[in-house]
Ligand binder design. Sequence first.
Ligand SMILES: C[S@@+](CC[C@H](N)C(=O)[O-])C[C@H]1O[C@@H](n2cnc3c(N)ncnc32)[C@H](O)[C@@H]1O
Length: 289
Amino acid sequence: MTVTLPGMSARAGTREKPLGAQSEVPPKREKLELLDTAHELTDFRSFADLGACWGVDGAYTFHAASLCGSELERAVIVDGNLTHLTRERAKEHPRVELVQALLGSRQALDAVGEVDALIMYDILLHQVKPDWDRFLLNWLPHTNALIVFNQNWLKTPRTIRFVDRGVDWYYRNVYVWEDDWNARERLESWFSRHHERDEDGRLERDNHWYWQFGIRPLELIRLLAKNGFELVYMKRHRHAFGRSRPWIVNDGLIFQRAAYPELDIRGRVRARARSLAERTGLLERFRRS
Ligand SMILES: C[S@@+](CC[C@H](N)C(=O)[O-])C[C@H]1O[C@@H](n2cnc3c(N)ncnc32)[C@H](O)[C@@H]1O
């Protein structure tokens, strides 16, 4: 795979490995700690880990499951590519379900149903059609808590789509990693194939293996606040991709469904009217009539 998932290759995770084998990528301490904090704050007992597999083979799912212990009701791993080791590990956990599907698809939403928490680690900036913001809104009715770890973007005043800026700009600003696999030629090859379609009919340009969006953290927080989820915890990891890319930060965030959601202007007017009607007895008279 490419730079867009730094250090990650499409080949990783596809080989057959016995249970007990090491994953390509060791679980990150900051991501494990974020789960610990989320469990402390929300006491989740059911959850889905969206995009749980590449490199880590469900490591965060199994950590979250161990936090719940015997109280775990249900855990769901959803991924477009369920790795062999993920499947092997899941066999040891009767309450862990596996769903192979596109993360934004109706099939994924229906299979997960309702869970206490959704884990979204390193997936948000990849989502196109539905784009990251619509993707989030589609998932909100399915949960009361979101545990997000995202490569957030600080370089421009607004959230941007990276590929709109061309291959040179992408290489200079987004290419956080360079190795045999994540080579400039590979990036150029991807750009040259942007008009092609995969077997599901999706444009190569929209491929979720690449970093697609530079998401401004405040836009993410505002979007969720407007839709009834408040930020209850945030930790920023600066220079996550070296000092030459200070505009990309790893943010760990926990959101919970708010008891008293933020209202937009229409909602505030409605709430004021309702409270006035209640205080003046109008509402009671209206109900009786
Ligand atoms: C960068 S890896 C992150 C793995 C793990 N969550 C972590 O934090 O290390 C992204 C994973 O999400 C999956 N993924 C991302 N977007 C997807 C989509 N739209 N549909 C299906 N799978 C997707 C990929 O297959 C991959 O396993």
